[in-house]
Design a protein. Structure first.
Length: 244
C-alpha cells in the first residue's frame, strides 16, 4: 500500500552560499499533528518554504503520497493538497473576510455557490461569522490569523502547514485556537505541521515534535521526550521550560 504521508527527505537549502538547512528529514502522517520548533533563525520557515516550493533545494526531495513534488511551482503544490499560512499574515486587505476565504475555494476549482457555502461554515467554525463583511485589513491581528487558517482550509488540503498561527494572540484566543486546531486533523483527515514559539500551545497540541537548531535536526520524538532532551534544553527550551 502506498504511503499517504508528506515527506521531506535530506533537505538542504542555501542562501548566498550560506546553508540555511542541512540534511533535514521530516515526515507528517494523515491526522497527525507535528510541531516544528527551534530558536529564531534555526530554519523552521525555510523548511516550510522548501516543502511548498517557495525556495529551491540544493539537495533532497519532497513527496506527497509517494509522488515527487520537489520541482513543482507553489501553485501546483497547493493544488496537490498542501495549504499553508505565513509568518507574516497575507490577507487581501481590500476584500471582505468571507471573500478572502472564498478566494482559496475558487482557486481550488469550486463553484461560487460551493465556495460561499464552504466559507460560511468555516466562518462559523472559527467564530468569525459576525466579521464576514468586514475588510481583511480592518481586523485585529488575532482575527487575521484565524481568517488565514480558515482560508487555507477552504482549499480542502491533505496537509496544513501553519507558521506561527498563535502570534499576536492573547491567552484566551490561544486557548480557543488550541481547541480548534486539535480537532481539525481528525475531523478533516489531514496532517498538520505547526511552527510556534508558544510552548504551552505546542506541548498540549502536538503528537510529535521536530527540533531544529542552526539548520540541522537536533531532536525528534514525543513531546515528553523532547522536553527532557539535553540538546533541546541547551539550544532552545532552557531548564525552566524543561521542568514545567
Amino acid at each position: 500500500m502506498a504511503s499517504s504521508s508528506l515527506k521531506a527527505v535530506n533537505i538542504s537549502v542555501e542562501f548566498s552560499g550560506l546553508r540555511a538547512l542541512d540534511d533535514v528529514t521530516l515526515t507528517v502522517d494523515p491526522e497527525e499533528i507535528v510541531g516544528l520548533i527551534g530558536p529564531n533563525g534555526s530554519g523552521k520557515t525555510t523548511l516550510v518554504n522548501a516543502i511548498t516550493g517557495e525556495v529551491p533545494l540544493v539537495h533532497g526531495s519532497v513527496s506527497l503520497r509517494e509522488e515527487a513534488i520537489t520541482s513543482l511551482p507553489p501553485w501546483k503544490i497547493a493544488l496537490k493538497g498542501i495549504s499553508r499560512s505565513f509568518q507574516i499574515v497575507r490577507l487581501f486587505n481590500n476584500l471582505t473576510v468571507i471573500e478572502n476565504i472564498e478566494s482559496a475555494s475558487l482557486a481550488h476549482g469550486d463553484s461560487l455557490r460551493v465556495a460561499r457555502g464552504k466559507s460560511e461554515r468555516l466562518l462559523d467554525e472559527f467564530g468569525l461569522s459576525n466579521r464576514a463583511e468586514e475588510l481583511g485589513g480592518a481586523l485585529s491581528y488575532g482575527d487575521k490569523r484565524r481568517v488565514e487558517i480558515a482560508r487555507a482550509l477552504a482549499a480542502d488540503p491533505s496537509f496544513l502547514l501553519l507558521d506561527e498561527p498563535a502570534a499576536g494572540m492573547n491567552e484566551a484566543e490561544t486557548d480557543a485556537l488550541l481547541h480548534t486546531l486539535s480537532r481539525i486533523p481528525r475531523d478533516r483527515k489531514l496532517g498538520l505541521l505547526i511552527i510556534d514559539h508558544d510552548m504551552s500551545l505546542i506541548m498540549r497540541l502536538c503528537h510529535r515534535l521536530h527540533v531544529l537548531a542552526s539548520g540541522r535536526t537536533i531532536a525528534a520524538g514525543k513531546a515528553d521526550e523532547i522536553r527532557r532532551d539535553p540538546a533541546v534544553i541547551e539550544a532552545y527550551l532552557g531548564a525552566k521550560a524543561a521542568h514545567a
